[in-house]
Unconditional design. Structure first.
Length: 382
């Protein structure tokens, strides 16, 4: 069976890597006629070295069979370029299934191209809902789920979200709660990160002679257009980081979009303890997350990783598609107002979260389950 996997953004590289490893393991243990041949298509949505190639190199991911070079641009322009390129690949390769991940424009383009050509779509991370249709990601999720034949859900809540929209197991749909492939990756790469990453030393957060000292810093990430493209929200968030930085160092890896908007509006944290850096690799990010006192972010993936590491998280949004992380107070929705962010951080210093249950996201074997389902005959999906 031949499948085409479509990726374009750094979280998708990590998710696809977990599934690709599972494909390789499956192929080693089955007859040649039953093996899965995976064709990897990189749309080029992320193209900067620190957002793209370093991930493939560091995580030893398969080299893409096709690189479409879509680059940046408006949603319409970018999605159209991807759609045209993916369609050409599908016509040439004639796969039995197209596999897409998450909620980016690459996800939407892959699903649309496949559906137009009558190729079944499998969606990893199906069923997430923030119920904020002002987010491009929410539109991408909705459309992709309704186009998909196979929906791999990361949590029970995601299955329930789909059911409420009439997407259930039946003749034309396969819906499975397989767990979260990102959880697979965190478990797989955490030990490797401990041995390879020197990011704490590199950023001056821990010297070589103080290995036993627990670093004391906050980690911040920011990339969603709803925050970066609105100067007042961006200014308010940066002000909060500056205030926090007066007491505790804040490490702030800058997403290219965030950096561009900060420069355009001449916005910068005004305290020396806010240490903005270039984007960091996945292994370095895991170490920064794991050792942080707390995390401030608008990233869905970082919210989950904070939860799995047992690090308090403050989400710079008014809603989240990962409601499971809110349980026990491990993740708090704080929006973007400076005062609200600072109040939540102050409360955290005296009120610790309760016990957490990482099993809400599965058993760390989601990729293997996905591959076993994909190995079924395509006819069973349609």
């Amino acid at each position: 069976m031949k499948i085409v996997t479509v990726v374009g953004a750094r979280p998708q590289f990590i998710k696809a890597g977990a599934v690709s490893r599972a494909v390789q393991a499956f192929n080693r243990n089955c007859a040649r006629s039953e093996r899965i041949r995976e064709i990897l298509v990189h749309t080029g949505q992320h193209y900067d070295y620190l957002m793209d190639r370093v991930f493939f190199e560091e995580l030893e991911l398969p080299k893409p069979d096709y690189h479409l070079g879509a680059g940046s641009g408006s949603h319409g322009k970018q999605t159209a370029a991807m759609l045209e390129g993916i369609e050409a690949v599908l016509k040439k390769e004639e796969p039995g299934m197209v596999l897409v991940y998450g909620d980016t424009n690459s996800t939407l383009a892959g699903a649309l191209a496949a559906a137009k050509l009558g190729v079944p779509v499998a969606h990893v991370e199906a069923g997430l809902r923030s119920y904020n249709r002002g987010m491009a990601e929410e539109i991408n999720r909705l459309v992709t789920d309704h186009l998909s034949s196979v929906l791999f859900c990361p949590t029970r809540q995601a299955v329930e979200n789909l059911s409420a929209e009439g997407i259930r197991n039946g003749r034309s749909k396969v819906v499975r709660n397989v767990g979260d492939v990102m959880y697979d990756s965190v478990l797989y790469y955490s030990n490797l990160a401990e041995t390879k990453s020197t990011v704490l030393h590199d950023l001056g957060l821990m010297t070589p002679n103080s290995e036993l000292r627990t670093p004391n810093y906050y980690l911040a990430t920011l990339h969603r257009a709803e925050n970066t493209d609105h100067p007042e929200r961006l200014k308010s968030i940066l002000k909060a980081l500056s205030e926090i930085g007066k007491k505790v160092p804040v490490v702030f890896p800058l997403h290219p979009r965030t950096k561009k908007m900060m420069e355009a509006h001449r916005l910068h944290p005004d305290h020396r303890e806010v240490r903005w850096t270039e984007p960091v690799s996945y292994l370095n990010m895991l170490i920064l997350e794991k050792n942080a006192t707390a995390i401030l972010t608008d990233s869905g993936g970082v919210q989950k990783e904070a939860f799995w590491f047992g690090v308090p998280c403050f989400t710079l949004r008014d809603e989240t598609e990962w409601e499971e992380t809110l349980r026990g107070g491990w993740n708090v929705l704080v929006g973007t107002r400076t005062e609200r962010v600072l109040e939540a951080v102050d409360r955290m210093r005296t009120r610790k979260p309760s016990e957490r249950n990482a099993r809400l996201f599965g058993d760390g074997k989601a990729a293997g389950k996905i591959v076993r389902i994909l190995a079924m005959k395509v006819e069973s999906f349609t």
